[in-house]
Design a protein around this ligand. Structure first.
Ligand SMILES: Cc1cc2nc3c(=O)[nH]c(=O)nc-3n(C[C@H](O)[C@H](O)[C@H](O)COP(=O)(O)O)c2cc1C
Length: 363
């Protein structure tokens, strides 16, 4: 008989409850005390809780990985994406300034040069940066800094192995956007159709369908167009169930999930702490689009919470070979729904409690 079992037999249940309640009350007063200022809050998390430890380390590792990523360009480059996007915003500004981006144009041209030389950057990303830079230098008026960058750009352009032709990956007027013929009612029906489905048939979803859905998900907005996330697809049924079980919120239905996506954010997209939440926001917006895209292909989904719990983090880190700056954002079970499987009614909040019209009365 274990000590725990003996204690359970000997100590009266009422006393255990009393003790627990006292402990909770003590905890609450303790927290109230430390929450008074930012300094005392930091002391609390330094001395009494390590709940933010992993995240803090991930942010620091992300910053280091960001600087490293500028030296060794991989398939995507956060700095080039961000700066190209900033140039685009300068190009569409009303009124457009004669000279702009002087402070970061040299950095952008240098980064483009490194990316072009490395030959590892995704060709579409390189082409977009090229076209926007080309457009920028066509219209911008030189200042001393811009003129220096222009010279580097011209030399670089002349020396590119295969001369890059300008395509049309540049800003364009709103009227050129494709017409959306979807009526609000149709869209609402799609939203109503998307419910969290937890009971699936065992069938594997074809790779082409998944890629097609990713193509729709990638159209989601993201801060400075950095798209700091990846979708890890698991379709080996035992492995999918095993990873689904790691999350905790899947008790009772994890074992019949045979298609699973782990949405992973990467903090290496940021040199500063201030943007650390973008991985969660951007990845969630894309995942929402992914769910709706799947829905149009008769594939159902269930988002699954990923809690920041150390032992679970270690399990998934090992399973997917994640680095310290990669953070699981959520899991997504997907597949062909069992039509007899139940859907919780899950009443939604009504629009009048969601909206706050803060400067006028709602009519
Ligand atoms: C971020 C997120 C995490 C979720 N985590 C879980 C989960 O761990 N287990 C689960 O069964 N459902 C999970 N859900 C599904 C929610 O319970 C569900 O979205 C909510 O009840 C509303 O129902 P609906 O999706 O059918 O509209 C999650 C949903 C979101 C958006």
């Amino acid at each position: 008989m274990s000590l725990r079992t003996i204690a359970k037999k000997v100590i009266p249940v009422k006393f255990v409850h009393w003790l627990r309640e006292r402990g909770e009350n003590f905890d609450k007063s303790f927290i109230r005390l430390f929450s008074g200022t930012r300094l005392t809050s930091s002391i609390y998390y330094l001395l009494f809780s390590r709940e933010f430890g992993r995240e803090q380390q991930a942010v620091l590792r992300g910053r280091i990985a960001y600087w490293r990523s500028l030296k060794t360009i991989e398939a995507t480059c956060a700095l080039l994406r961000r700066n190209t996007h900033r140039l685009e915003k300068g190009l569409i500004m009303r009124p457009r300034r004669d000279s702009f981006a002087a402070e970061y144009i040299m950095e952008t041209v240098n980064c483009f040069r490194d990316a072009a030389n490395a030959k590892s950057l995704n060709p579409e990303e390189l082409q977009w940066a090229h076209d926007v830079l080309d457009e920028y230098f066509t219209i911008v008026k030189d200042t001393p800094k811009i003129a220096r960058a222009r010279r580097v750009w011209q030399d670089l352009h002349a020396s590119l192995d295969t001369a890059m032709e300008r395509t049309n990956s540049v800003p364009y007027p709103q009227r050129e956007l494709p017409e959306a013929t979807i009526a609000p009612e149709q869209l609402k029906t799609l939203f109503q159709r998307r419910r969290s489905v937890r009971w699936f048939k065992p069938d594997r979803v074809a790779g082409e369908i998944i890629l097609q859905a990713f193509e729709m998900a990638t159209l989601a907005p993201s801060a400075c167009n950095r798209q700091p996330y990846e979708f890890y697809v698991i379709q080996e049924p035992k492995r999918a169930a095993k990873v689904a079980n790691m999350a905790g919120g899947t008790v009772g239905f994890a074992d019949q999930i045979s298609n699973l996506i782990v949405v992973v954010g990467d903090l290496k997209a940021y040199p500063m702490e201030r943007d650390r939440h973008c991985i969660y926001i951007d990845a969630s917006l894309a995942t929402m689009q992914l769910m709706l895209a799947f829905e149009t292909m008769q594939i159902s989904t269930c988002p699954i919470n990923w809690p920041d719990i150390e032992f679970r983090e270690r399990l998934i880190e090992r399973e997917l070979n994640l680095t310290a700056h990669q953070r699981p954002v959520m899991l997504l079970a997907f597949g062909y729904a069992d039509p007899e499987g139940g859907i919780p009614y899950s009443a939604k909040k009504s629009s009048n409690i969601l909206g706050r019209f803060i400067d006028h009365d709602h009519v």
